[in-house]
Design a protein around this ligand. Structure first.
Ligand code: F6P
Length: 324
């Protein structure tokens, strides 16, 4: 293999730049050419490439977002789109592809490999941490720290005004961010997609908290929680049932995806990038590189896509105990 392409796809995540840097420099270390693809699969279809060398990735290890930009390409979901992408890669002399993204991006990579035989390697990058085969995805640790910092600030004002806050955090299908930041920021309750806490229990818990002398409370709600009401509906529901509460809502939104990556994410990105390129050079294909028990390892892409990253139920118990 003499030329590898790298792209970022799907929702961006802090640490993606550090991973691009690692892929580019590992290629250079092994005398392999590296080409960056702008805007994920869409850029592959539209011939949006850039030759990259060790110096072209300087000063990006500390930057959030992705210098290659990201997209969710509808065209790549069509056979014609993928064929065009393959022709463009072939014209560039590209012989393997590193995809930094989430499970949607990996599904695209798998199909692309099946159709055209080009070796593919995935690096998990998403703040949601919802990928099987790695304890941490790139950006997750940074997002946790961003969210905890934001909730700490909300706590200040909640406490000054004796208010209850519903704080919505990201995570369409996974409660990792909500669960961990909920514990880290001392939330009263945590609502996640994996468990239906039930509205009754929420009210009970808020009642108990009032009775035990707490004057303000924070409830962390994952975007995709199962309770069946969004944060604004939850506010109304609590106001109707517990008028003694002065309720506010804060939706943290996309600020959770930005910012300088934590040291953990930078080191993880560096390790995963090295493993991705060296695995390709060893002749491996259709794997995702990940971290399990602090060891960098490979998981077949198919498993990474199909498997689910379970939440640790013990954390729910810890949270319960902490809110006594
Ligand atoms: O998958 C990452 C993520 O940030 C989710 O937590 C969130 O639901 C989604 O992306 C938002 O996507 P978009 O930026 O396209 O609105």
């Amino acid at each position: 293999i003499s030329k590898i392409a790298v792209l970022t796809s799907g929702g961006d995540a802090p640490g993606m730049n550090a991973a691009i840097r690692s892929v580019v420099r590992t290629c250079a270390y092994h005398n392999v050419e590296c080409i960056g693809v702008y805007r994920g699969y869409q850029g592959m279809i539209e011939n949006d490439f850039k030759e990259m060398g060790p110096r072209s990735v300087k000063d990006i290890i500390n930057k959030g977002g992705t210098v290659l930009k990201s997209a969710r390409s509808k065209e790549f979901m069509t056979v014609e789109g993928r064929k065009q992408a393959y022709e463009n890669l072939k014209n560039q002399g590209v012989q393997a592809l590193v995809v930094i993204g989430g499970d949607g991006s990996f599904t695209g990579a798998e199909i692309f490999n099946k159709e055209f035989g080009i070796p593919v390697m995935g690096i998990p990058g998403t703040i949601d941490n919802d990928i099987y085969g790695t304890s941490h995805t790139l950006g997750y640790d940074t997002a946790l720290n961003t969210v905890v910092e934001a909730i700490d600030k909300i706590r200040d004002t909640a406490s000054s005004h004796n208010r209850l806050f519903f704080v919505e955090v990201m995570g369409r299908d996974a409660g990792h961010i909500a669960l961990n930041t909920g514990i880290g920021a001392g939330a009263e309750e945590i609502l996640i997609p994996e468990e239906d806490l039930g509205l009754e229990r929420l009210l009970d818990s808020l009642k108990r908290s009032k009775e035990s002398g707490k004057s303000s409370s924070i409830v962390v709600v994952a975007e995709g929680d199962k309770i069946g009401k969004n944060v604004f509906e939850l506010k109304e529901y609590v106001e109707e049932n517990m008028p003694e509460y002065d309720v506010r809502v804060s939706v943290l939104g996309h600020m959770q995806r930005g910012g300088s990556p934590s040291c953990f994410d930078r080191v993880l990105a560096s390790r995963l990038g090295v493993k991705a390129v060296e695995s390709i050079l060893e002749g491996k294909t259709n794997y995702m590189v990940g971290l399990l028990n602090d060891k960098v390892c490979l998981t077949p892409l198919e498993q990474a896509i199909k498997g689910s990253s379970e939440i640790d139920k013990e954390l729910l118990r810890v949270s319960d105990i902490m809110t006594i």
